[in-house]
Structures are given as C-alpha cells and as structure tokens.
Design a binder for this molecule. Structure first.
Ligand code: GDP
Length: 546
C-alpha cells in the first residue's frame, strides 16, 4: 500500500503502468535532450537565427531508402524548381511550403554513426524506413538503437504501402514492441505511410519533418566565420580535390581560407546541389567546394581561418593530432574509476550473441548486477557476429562490445584497434558476468599517475542562459580533452579543479580541441571565468601492472 505522496521507484511504476496496458519509457536524460539539433551553446543568443533541419534516412536493406531519397529529390522538379540537373554531391535540399529541408544522400546507420564516432553531429532528424510488406528487420532495430544512442528524434516512414501484401498496422505494432509508440496510438512518434516508388505520401512526410524541426528549435549564427562538416569528398580529374561541405554555422564564401582536418586552401569555387555556381552558403546548406590541397575524410570538421597563416598552423596542429590520436570507446578497466569519481553511473554495452535466446539470457544476468549507483546500459543487443557497425557505435557511445559465443568480423577487429574500442569475447556466461561485476565493483581498478596534457587561455566569457557560463579558449599547447580534469589558474594560483561538462569546437561536441584551435567549455560548478585565466588539463594515465 502506498499513500499518494510517497515516491515509488521506476520498476514499480513501470509494473503498474503495464498493468494498465501501457509501456513505460524512462525519460530521456537532460544531456540527451540538449543534443537535439546543433547546439548553439557558446554563441551570442542575439545572433542566432532559425536554420533548416538536416535529415538522414535509416532502415533495413531493400526497404526503400534510396527510392525514398529519389522520390523526395523529385519533388523539386514538381515544384518547378529545377533550373539545373540534380548532382549527387552527398546531400541535397528541397523546399516545402517555403521551408528548406536538407537530406544527407548516404542512407544507413553505418555512415550516420561513423560520422558521430568522429565527433561530428550532423543529423537533426532520422527517418526510419520500414517496408510494410516485410516489417521490422534486424537492421531496422540496429537503426533505431543508433538513432536513440545519438539522441536524434525519429520519424517512421512506413513504405511500400502500394503493395498488395502491405500491412502497415503490423509495422506499427512491431514499433510499439521497440518502445516507439506512434501518435495515433497515443505515443509521440510520428509515422507516415508512403509509397516511395509511386511518390505517394511524400508531402505528408515533408510536412511532418518540418513539424519536428519546429519543436527542436534549430538555430545557428549566420554572421560569423563558417564552420561545418565534410559530407563527401573525391578527386576530380579536371578540378582536383572536391569536397561536399555541410555548413553548420556562419556563412561560407568564395575566397575564404578553409581548413578541413589536415588539408587547407582558399575556396576557389562553390557549387550547390543543382550544379550551379554560388558565392555564399549559410547554415544547413550543402555545397561542393574546390580549392583544398587534399581530400579530407567524411565527418571531418571544416572551418574558416582568419587568415592564411592561422589556417596553416591549424592544419599542422591537426596533422600532429591525427598522428597521436586515439578516440576510444570504453574499457572495462576504466569503468570503476569513472564510477568512483561519479563520472558515469552506467556501463554502456553492445551485446552480440550466437542466438536470439541468449541475448535475453545474458541481458537478464547482467541486469541483475544493477545497483543504485551503477547500471549496465545496453546501447544495442542482437544475435550475430561483431561487425564494424558495432565498433563505430561503441566508439560513438563510449561503450564496450561484449561477444558471447560469437566471432568478430576481421574488419571489426582492425577497426576496434584503430578506434581504441574494447571488444571482449566470452564462451561461458559466468565468466562474462564475473568480468562485468568486477568492472562495476572496482576489482579491475588500475593504478594511475597524473599527467598534464597542455595549456589553454580563456579569451572570452559568454553568459548563455540563466545558469550557464561558457569560456571561449585558445589552446596554447597540447590539447584539451573532454574527459580531462581541469585545473583553473589565475595569476598562477589554482582556484578551481573539476570536470568539463561540455566541450565544443564551434557548434560540435568534440572529444578534444588541439593546439592552435579555439573552443568553448563549461565546467561543473564553476562560472566565474575571467579573460586571461589559464586552463590546465590533467589526465590520469594508467600504469600498466605487469
Ligand atoms: P534500400 O536498400 O533501402 O536503399 O532500398 P531501395 O530503395 O534500393 O529499394 C529496394 C527495392 O524496393 C527496389 O526494387 C525498389 O524499387 C523497391 N521499392 C522501394 N520503395 C517501394 C515502394 O514504395 N513500393 C514498391 N512496390 N516497391 C518499392
């Protein structure tokens, strides 16, 4: 018996809710909510203007992602907007009811999460394509988990409704089982029935994208040096390196000196997705640029430097950073120390097992380890071998990959070394559970020594919102990493030690900011920044025990 003003825990609440025929969902954490859309933290709020949404299409193979992208692209011919032949540059924009929407042209969660693993946050909304004749399939589930891990809102496109054996209601039922309850059934997920092949339902889909975009209040400052992300790049025989850039903030102009990863150059020409030459491109606009001295990777940041000299320095710093960099997922050994410092309360896992039945068995065994302070959190779990996708997802969500009676694909192994992702494979469930328990309890606690990783100077202080103060800084040496412990020095005196709560390079959440670059950060429980303050990043380095 509970009285009306007693607090009940989540499990009890969930049970009661289920008895009434509903599904209980844990509310998204605040950080997750803040990740909606490109964040505008660190920007002067008065400079911010609305920008159009950037959309990625996800879903199982053959469910119609490519056909849907084509159908949407064709709407602009119908809108009499043609004026040029559509070029495949990696992204395109359509206009609907006077509003623009940008679509990324590489569908699928592999590309989506690969970008995230690089720290690039590009997508505002994910369209999940599910074929109504086939229903939810393994890659649909993967796509849902990848979108959820990114905190990106999902709109479901129930496709192929023209087919005789289409069963949209069954798809909706299956979505509910995946905790995606659609609006018409009382949930908050929009589902739109479409036939990509016949071009039906497309305007309904576009309309709903705009609805979700409006709620997300996407904003950017167009009046500053441009910054964005490389979406695609290649070498053209006659034009040299060509990169498609999605501008995320500022306005990119011909003549700007840009740095993309370790490459640089002056923008010689810009073309839009219709192959037309343009002179400038604002936030959310995809453009092809010519003038770089090499081909940067997709997912690489691109930004405008104040002048050529600064640009060269930035590119050089980036080259050095690339040589020493390890991005990393989590490792079991690290977990305890983070639990202890209060940094994490959950251990993110990606679980792959031999058969579906063992997914449930292992999950239940691990969930029994949950305590008030520590929890295991399954970012994704399914039957099948460990793939490259699992590794990129682990890297993007700071997770450990656990394999039970499964192999890892060769590509996944090498990628895990490259991204510094921990893969643990087991054949016996007790060993698996023991290991995770030890990690959570600290039996794997390693020994550390303190290392200073660099130095940055606070150059500007911004009041953002009621309680947030952002320090804009310049890295004089080394780097500022997201997980560093910051020692703040003023007149050589240490006045604060604590953690970073948010680290940005322009609008993007990043894992680190390297020498010669500028960034913005907020600190836990500290707001009294002054220009000239020194930020000293400390890191605990593991001492290998032999
Ligand atoms: P993707 O692998 O998700 O990109 O799928 P595709 O776009 O390549 O589509 C796979 C197949 O499904 C192709 O043969 C398409 O013609 C077909 N297809 C896609 N959308 C529809 C649709 O709305 N109705 C029907 N009947 N077929 C479709």
């Amino acid at each position: 018996m509970y009285s009306i003003n007693e607090v009940i825990d989540h499990d009890v609440a969930a049970q009661i809710v289920e008895d009434f025929g509903f599904i209980a969902k844990v509310a998204e954490d605040k950080e997750g909510a803040a990740r909606l859309g490109v964040s505008s933290e660190g920007e002067d709020p008065t400079e911010l203007q609305s920008r159009s949404p950037v959309v990625t299409i996800l879903g199982h193979v053959d469910h119609g992602k490519t056909t849907l992208l084509d159908a949407i692209r064709n709407t602009r011919v119908a809108a009499g907007e043609a004026g040029g032949i559509t070029q495949h540059i990696g992204a395109y924009q359509v206009e609907y009811n006077g509003n623009k929407i940008t679509f990324l042209d590489t569908p699928g969660h592999a590309a989506f999460t690969a970008m995230r693993a690089r720290g690039a946050k590009v997508t505002d909304i994910a369209i999940l394509v599910v074929a109504a004749d086939d229903g939810i399939m393994p890659q649909t589930i993967e796509a849902i988990d990848h979108a959820k891990a990114a905190g990106v809102p999902i709109i479901v496109a129930v496709n192929k409704v023209d087919k005789a054996n289409a069963n949209p209601d069954k798809v909706k039922q299956q979505l509910v089982e995946r905790e995606l309850v659609i609006e018409e059934w009382g949930g908050d997920v929009i589902a739109v029935e479409v036939s990509a092949l016949k071009g039906e339902g497309i305007s309904d889909l576009l309309e709903n994208i705009l609805v979700v975009a409006e709620v997300a209040e996407l904003k950017a400052n167009p009046n500053r040096n441009a910054a964005g992300v490389v979406v695609e790049s290649r070498v053209d025989k006659s034009r040299g390196p060509v990169a498609t850039v999605l501008v995320q903030a500022g306005t990119l102009r011909i003549g700007d000196y840009v740095v993309a990863g370790s490459y640089k150059g002056r923008v010689k020409a810009m073309l839009n997705d219709l192959g037309k030459r343009i002179k400038e491109a604002g936030p959310s606009t995809p453009v092809e640029i010519l003038g770089l001295d090499g081909v940067p990777d997709a997912g690489e940041f691109i930004e405008v430097a104040d002048d050529e000299k600064a640009g060269r320095q930035m590119a050089e710093a980036k080259t050095q950073e690339l040589q020493t960099q390890a991005r990393g997922g989590g490792t079991l050994e690290d977990v305890y120390s983070r639990v202890e410092t209060g940094e994490i309360t959950s251990l993110n896992l990606i679980l792959k097992t031999d058969v579906q039945g063992s997914v449930e068995a292992v999950r239940q065994a691990l969930e029994k380890l949950n305590t008030e302070k520590t929890r295991v959190n399954f970012v994704h779990s399914s039957a099948g071998s460990i793939t490259e996708n699992d590794v990129t997802l682990a890297s993007a969500s700071n997770a450990v990959v656990i394999g039970f009676n499964v192999q890892s694909e060769p590509g996944a192994r090498s990628l895990s070394r490259q991204l510094d992702v921990n893969i643990k494979q087991y054949g016996v469930i007790y060993t698996l559970v023991d290991d995770i328990e030890s990690a959570l309890k600290g039996m794997m606690e390693p020994t550390y020594k303190d290392v200073v990783d660099g130095e940055a100077t606070v150059r500007a202080v911004f009041n953002v919102g009621r309680n947030t103060v952002v320090a804009g800084f310049y890295v004089n040496s080394g780097k500022i990493a997201r997980d560093a412990e910051i020692h703040l020095l003023r007149d050589k005196e240490q006045i604060y030690v604590g953690k970073i709560t948010s680290l940005k390079h322009f609008k993007n959440d990043v894992r680190e900011v390297a020498t010669g670059l500028e960034g913005g950060l907020t600190l836990e429980g500290f707001k009294d920044f002054e220009e000239g303050d020194i930020l000293e990043p400390h890191r605990r380095e593991k001492i290998e025990v032999k």
